[in-house]
Design a protein around this ligand. Structure first.
Ligand SMILES: [Zn+2]
Length: 161
């Protein structure tokens, strides 16, 4: 198990479409273990394989306690709407307002190929959308026309307080 390098905006791999996983073998398990380690180390809400340079449809999403592994994930249902600040480990120190569904149900396979569905709300729903976008070569910066720095966000928070 090891922490991998996270590619950042401008690296070509982040704008490419990832390929479906067909083999649920040791190589996939090593990838998932490394993605877990990398996500924990970076303290993120989610990580997609292309962010570590692997064009496979694999993501990990954290709700703060548990990390869920999703192989070949697809959104099958959404409900409601949320508008909030979103960030990305591949776009360090920048945040943007992005509208996402409030509730998202995904269908995916686990590391052994078994299908399951899972419903997430709020931050998890946002992470499902954000990470699946990565598999299609899309970054959140495409949805927003202004990127905030951490200083600007703090300023806004202070003005609102
Ligand atoms: Zn991201």
């Amino acid at each position: 198990m090891s922490v991998r390098k996270i590619y950042t905006q401008g690296d070509e791999v982040l704008s490419k479409k990832s390929h479906p996983v067909t083999k649920f073998d040791h190589k996939l398990h090593v990838l998932l273990d490394d993605m877990r380690d990398t996500l924990i180390q970076a303290d993120g809400a989610g990580l997609a394989a292309p962010q570590i340079g692997i064009l496979r449809r694999v993501v990990v999403v954290s709700d703060g306690d548990t990390i869920t592994e999703l192989v070949n994930p697809e959104i099958v249902a959404t409900q409601g709407e949320q508008n909030g600040l979103e960030g990305c480990l591949s776009v360090p120190q920048k945040y943007g307002m992005v509208k996402r569904p409030m509730v998202v149900t995904v269908k995916a396979q686990d590391r052994d190929g078994y299908f399951f569905t899972m419903t997430g709300q709020e931050i998890v729903a946002r992470a499902f959308c954000h990470e699946i976008d990565h598999l299609n070569g899309v970054l959140f910066t495409e949805y927003t026309n202004h990127l905030f720095t951490p200083d600007e966000i703090q300023q806004i928070a202070e003005e609102e307080a």
